[in-house]
Design a protein around this ligand. Structure first.
Ligand code: ATP
Length: 250
């Protein structure tokens, strides 16, 4: 379970995220979408405990991220769009290191399947410098999935992957959700969002403009019935024709 209440993040005078709230139950996939600068990455970084909110709370797996940080982060995998790797650790050493940090007991049994799933089986002994961009992204994903996280936060998870890698990544996210993981993913790829997400959170200038399953969002905006997700997104974020968007839901 991921629960966000009245989350606010200010950078100086700029309020990047302004009092947003949402819940993601086990098995749900929330799509966090919005135009450039809307506050998506700021939100994800607050969820991952990388930056501290100015106000509001984040619960991961029932643990308050501020007051029970270790328990909360133990449930989490955060996969950023830019893989953060250690220059002097091989692929296998990355996984062993992560296993120690998270207290994964059966690491020898897990490493093989995770590397196979992400097609890194023949790169066990390679350093990050010897990997392609997509392979680095796959290694970051492998590190995230190794400890079977109950909460999963992904920022543009398909960046750098080839078509086969994208397909497998979509299948991996869907399988994790089916197994009971609560997932938040942010992406500008609306086809990915449409395929995987059970509900949407549309953010603009740090504020919620729509939240819920797509069918509910459309119900609240009958003028959008039958339109593509791209049209709906552009209308809700005020980026469509005319640029005025549609009224905010009450
Ligand atoms: P994109 O789709 O372009 O990645 P985003 O929705 O992820 O955008 P954020 O990166 O969260 O947007 O940025 C939200 C706002 O906060 C922007 O106006 C941005 O300039 C500002 N911002 C982000 N990080 C910082 C920072 N470290 N210091 C000051 N302002 C920041």
């Amino acid at each position: 379970m991921i629960s966000v209440q009245s989350l606010t993040k200010r950078y100086g005078d700029l309020t990047a995220v302004d009092g947003i709230s949402f819940d993601v139950a086990p098995g749900e996939v929330l799509g966090l979408v919005g135009p450039n600068g809307a506050g998506k990455t700021t939100t994800l970084r607050c969820l991952a405990g990388i930056i501290r909110p100015s106000a509001g709370s984040v619960l991961l797996g029932g643990h308050d991220l501020e007051h029970q940080a270790v328990e909360a982060k133990r449930t989490l995998a955060f996969i950023p769009d830019e893989p953060q790797l250690f220059d002097y650790l091989t692929v296998e050493e990355h996984l062993r290191f992560i296993a120690r940090v998270y207290g994964v007991a059966d690491v020898d049994q897990r490493i093989g399947p995770v590397l196979e799933e992400l097609e890194l089986g023949d790169k066990r002994k390679s350093l990050p410098d010897e990997l392609s961009r997509g392979m680095k992204q796959k290694l970051a994903i492998a590190c995230g999935l190794l400890h079977d996280p109950r909460t999963l936060v992904l920022d543009e998870p398909l960046t750098g992957l080839d078509p086969g890698g994208m397909r497998r990544m979509r299948a991996t996210i869907a399988a994790r959700a089916r197994a009971g993981t609560a997932v938040v993913l942010s992406s500008h790829l609306l086809t990915l969002v449409e395929e995987l997400c059970t509900k949407l959170f549309v953010i603009r200038r740090g504020r919620c403009v729509a939240y819920g399953p797509l069918s509910q969002i459309v119900e609240a905006h009958p003028e959008l019935a039958g339109r593509s997700l791209e049209d709906i997104f552009l209308a809700l974020t005020g980026e469509g024709e005319g640029g005025n968007g549609v009224p905010r839901p009450a």
